[in-house]
Design a protein around this ligand. Structure first.
Ligand code: AHM
Ligand code: MG
Length: 299
């Protein structure tokens, strides 16, 4: 079943369906643009102090300009933009969060990267639990779309005719024994050290690529836990609350898993700025309970 047929069959609001289809079209433009630009550095730095690739800025431009032209959303916040973009005379009040190319440091070595998007019914400076839909596109051996919409999480794959076709409806995170942890081991804080050694003792296997969206995709389909913890000198961790944690948090939660900063559900956190970062634990409910118990005991 094609994406547009699926959205119709689920009675998705026509404005939201139009927006999802527009974003799906942009993902194809982004994927086609990789050829020939995989190593180019833009010579600019984003608000997080990271060097931008030509492709980071270009993917951002593709999606932002399509939203500006279509007027299907009112607000956009992007990892590559310093401020919230407001679209005048928007047709709907949707607020969009965007990580145009997550894991982009892996593009020069041809590993899987993706685009992460959250959709709010209004302004983006809101707790993640207010999102009405979230999705990510993965550019790997296949181009895929995983979306939380209409009460479930669904996988689509781009076919030879450039149509996203339903692969799996209402997917749920299985039990599994994979773990991923970011930050340097020498900088981990005591609760995280305890957690990782417990996981390793229980037979969890390390799988960490450096692409959050690809690593979480693996956990969503195979079970386990991804973490990018608080670490020495960086109590808020590395990853971004609005454009990274919340959309993937919604997807994994809607698939029966959970997301936490070690103390509480990240989706309950009220952001104070679009640039907020957060420690992240995302995966199975059992693994999230385990880290929250360790953190509680250590307090
Ligand atoms: P990006 O959105 O600029 O690619 O940055 C975020 C990425 C995540 O995809 C990944 O989990 C993390 O940064 C990797 O960081 P590190 O190199 O510290 O392992
Ligand atoms: Mg990112």
């Amino acid at each position: 079943m094609k994406l547009n047929e699926f959205l119709t069959s689920k009675n998705v609001d026509s404005g939201l369906a139009e927006l999802v289809e527009l974003l799906a079209e942009q993902s194809q433009t982004i994927k086609r643009g990789f050829l020939g630009h995989t190593e180019d550095v833009a010579g600019t730095i984003n608000i997080y102090g990271e060097e931008q690739l030509v492709l980071d800025k270009w993917a951002d431009e593709v999606i932002v300009s399509s939203l500006q032209k279509s007027k299907l959303a009112h607000w956009i916040t992007s990892e590559e933009q310093p401020e919230v973009i407001e679209i005048e005379n928007a047709k709907h009040d949707f607020g969009i969060t965007l990580d145009p190319l997550d894991g982009s440091s892996l593009i020069p070595v041809n590993l899987t990267v993706g685009t992460i998007i959250g959709i709010y019914p209004g302004e983006v400076l809101n707790p993640g639990k207010n999102m009405i839909s979230a999705m990510y596109f993965l550019y790997g051996p296949l181009t895929t779309l995983t979306i939380s919409i209409a009460g479930g999480v669904h996988d689509f794959v781009l076919d030879r005719n450039n149509e996203y076709i339903l692969q799996k409806e209402n997917l749920t995170i299985p039990d599994g024994k994979i773990y991923a942890s970011g930050a340097l081991r020498k900088d981990w804080l005591p609760p995280h050290i305890t957690y990782v050694s417990q996981l390793e003792e229980e037979g969890y296997k390390l799988r960490y690529s450096g692409s959050f969206v690809a690593d979480v995709h693996q956990i969503l389909h195979k079970g386990g836990i991804f973490s990018y913890p608080a670490y020495k000198g960086k109590e808020s961790g590395k990853l971004r609350l609005l454009v990274e944690a919340n959309p993937l948090g919604k997807i994994v939660t809607d698939a029966g898993g959970a997301i936490s900063n070690g103390k509480e559900n990240i989706l309950d956190v009220m952001p104070t700025a679009i640039s907020n970062r957060t420690p992240i634990y995302i995966g199975g409910k059992k693994e999230i309970e385990q880290i929250e118990n360790i953190v509680k005991k250590a307090a």
